[in-house]
Design a protein around this ligand. Structure first.
Ligand SMILES: [Zn+2]
Length: 648
């Protein structure tokens, strides 16, 4: 079951379209330099990160105590990984010099035996690996591996990779079921997928074996976390909740898990690692578990924006069809993790149901995480917001009506940077005889198909326009299949080859055009994208009698800046006609929708009356303006609403 589909080397993908180039450039030119300043505590109005300072203290360069969260090291690792991807797409000597400098600072803190975690170096190495449940040591290590692999692949520089390998070798000796070994696993997963990355780069099987160990030990009796909790007499915050050890996906063996539970980011990172291990060890059963968990998430626990993890208490999954819009957590990182999980399952199956979700999350619940100018971020991504409720309702205090400059727990901004900088890895894939177009991102892609160099030129103004042109450039004719994803939202498409109807077969949601291709051959795909009024399964209590508005992959919302207050009083119906217009000056250029809607009037209600016996509601007609959900909260705080009353 070895996976047959792979991403292309990132340097072979040049993103060049109006939509994504702006994000890629925003990350390179603004987000990464800004985040470097943050990591160095140089941004006014943003609390100190202490991240780089911790490494300097750990290296003995300066004196001081550890600052920030126990997992603060991971912020710079994610930043380096994002820089690595960005350098692949666009060389930038200044950014590379910053990353080289960061790597020098990190490596200076490494201990003689390879250990590298500033919290324990500063606070006492004798305590290391004694609090796997909550102290994120292995999580930070996972991010170190990811950064090291990415930076080596991007620049050829080994310094961070060598440091990572030294730490990995140290950890391989410490964990296991042998005498004097620790039979534990991380409280916050990611090292599993990171170990597989290290294995794929080095070919050293002990890294794969450790990933298998961490996955298979998880949740086995005697439960390591329970033993650790008792041995060190630690508090257990989740003791009196229904989660207990399932908060860490460790309440039962992973193969016995049937629904996504617990902390959402941890869950999807674990599942991604499980998919990697399944691929490398031909473990059909583990793949089945992954598919089952995927189906549970996307079929019962995912928002229309691709947000997951509804519960603010524990940043967690709750239960099937529990999808409230105004108290949702929907951490940006959780949707990013869902993309990681999705691409792995796609590469194992070639099924568009996974790449459909990548598109849903990417164009909605992930890019909503960043402001237009690239320096403010959402951690929580609600589908309904009211600034007064955020301020005065304790149950909604996690929801912010405006993006923040930074967070004490700053996982999301660097995670966003590393995903956007590597978006080419999700857009295109290839197998031995097929080139896959998963996302419609314009640019130039160089592929090696069976030894032949083939260049694909993709031209599109997606997601605003419905046409995608893919032309082939090759020195000599070459036979392969071009597989283009027909999005799940698209009810009518048209595929032409060199101007006439193409012959193709649909397999798992992809249209395969198979032939001997010659230079200049061009496929033109048209994806009809009328405005769609979308309903939710009636088991989702909050959305009964409501609808969301979508156009293509984009989820729309009403915002106070266009529509005034009281957005919950707007009603549309199934015959509502929408006008779409591209507005180049709005949020970097977006399609804005307009319609006539009914607005529940206050006519006849007196102040203080609050209730009265039934009387037909009175409506006034109003114009309603809809903007892409991801663009909300860029014009000051105000109400926002995705699911609107709808009379079908
Ligand atoms: Zn996060």
């Amino acid at each position: 079951m070895k996976k047959s589909i792979d991403a292309l080397p990132l340097r072979n993908v040049v993103v060049d379209d109006p939509f994504w180039k702006r994000y890629v450039e925003l990350v390179r030119g603004t987000v990464l330099p800004y985040q470097w300043d943050i990591l160095n505590d140089r941004v006014e109005g943003a609390g100190p990160s202490c991240c780089i300072r911790n490494f300097r203290i750990a290296a003995g360069e300066i004196r001081g105590s550890f600052g920030g969260m126990v997992f603060q090291d991971s912020d710079v690792y994610k930043w380096i990984e994002a820089v690595a991807y960005s350098l692949c797409m666009c060389p930038d000597a200044k950014l590379e010099a910053l990353a080289d400098g960061a790597i020098d600072i990190i490596c200076a803190a490494q201990q003689p035996d390879g250990y590298l975690n500033t919290y324990y170096i500063i606070n006492g190495l004798e305590k290391r690996f004694t609090f796997l449940r909550d102290h994120h040591e292995l999580y930070c290590l996972g991010h170190l591996f990811e950064a090291a692999v990415a930076y080596y692949r991007s620049t050829g520089k080994r310094k961070l990779l060598d440091a990572a390998i030294r730490f990995a070798d140290c950890v391989c000796g410490i964990f296991g079921t042998g005498e004097n070994q620790i039979p534990g696993y991380p409280g916050h997963e990611i090292i599993e997928l990171a170990l597989v990355k290290l294995y794929r780069l080095t070919g050293d099987k002990k890294y794969l074996r450790l990933a298998v160990f961490f996955i298979d030990r998880r949740g086995q009796e005697p439960l390591y976390f329970r033993e650790e909790t008792e041995r060190y007499n630690r508090d257990f915050y989740w003791h009196d909740t229904y989660f207990r050890y399932q908060y860490y996906q460790a309440g039962k063996p992973v193969r016995a898990q049937t629904a996504a539970e617990g902390h959402a980011v941890r869950a999807v990172y674990l599942y991604s690692g499980m998919a990697d291990v399944a691929a490398e060890t031909n473990d059909e059963e583990l793949l089945e578990v992954c598919c089952r968990l995927w189906d549970n998430i996307t079929g019962k626990q995912m928002y229309i924006t691709g947000a997951i993890g509804v519960g603010a208490h524990g940043e967690s999954f709750t239960f099937d069809y529990d999808l409230p819009n105004d108290t949702v957590y929907g951490e940006t990182c959780a949707s990013i993790g869902l993309v990681f999980f999705a691409i792995r399952l796609f590469e194992l199956t070639g099924d568009s149901k996974y790449t459909d979700v990548i598109e849903r999350a990417l164009y909605n619940g992930i890019i909503s995480g960043i402001s237009l100018n690239g320096t403010e971020f959402f951690y929580v991504n609600p589908l309904e917001a009211d600034p007064e409720a955020c301020e005065k309702d304790y149950g909604k205090r996690h929801v912010r009506p405006e993006r923040q400059k930074w967070f004490d727990c700053a996982c999301c901004p660097p995670n966003f940077a590393r995903l956007v900088s590597s978006v080419g890895n999700y857009a295109y894939s290839q197998s031995a005889d097929t080139f896959f177009v998963n996302l419609y991102i314009g640019g130039k892609i160089q592929a090696d198909i069976d030894g032949a160099a083939v260049i694909f030129h993709v031209q599109t103004e997606y997601p605003w326009k419905d046409k995608v042109r893919i032309s082939v450039e090759a020195k000599a004719p070459v036979g392969f299949s071009l597989a283009v994803r027909i999005p799940g939202w698209c009810e009518k498409h048209c595929l032409k080859l060199n101007g006439t109807a193409a012959r193709y077969r649909i397999h798992r949601g992809y249209a395969y055009v198979s032939r001997v291709w010659e230079s200049g051959d061009t496929v033109e795909l048209t994806l009809d994208m009328p405005v769609a009024i979308v309903g939710a399964d009636p088991r989702v209590k909050e959305n009964v009698g409501k609808a969301a508005v979508m156009r293509g992959p984009i989820v729309y919302c009403l915002e106070q800046a266009d529509n005034g207050t009281g957005l919950h009083r707007y009603f549309i119906d199934s015959r509502t006609a929408f006008e779409s217009s591209f507005e180049p000056g709005f949020h970097g250029g977006t399609v804005v929708l307009r319609c006539r809607a009914k607005y529940l009037s206050g006519g006849g209600w007196e102040d203080g009356q609050l209730y009265r016996p039934g009387r037909s509601p009175e409506f006034e007609e109003r114009a309603a303006t809809w903007i892409p959900y991801y663009a909300w909260a860029n014009r000051g705080p105000g109400e926002m609403l995705v699911w609107v009353h709808c009379r079908l």
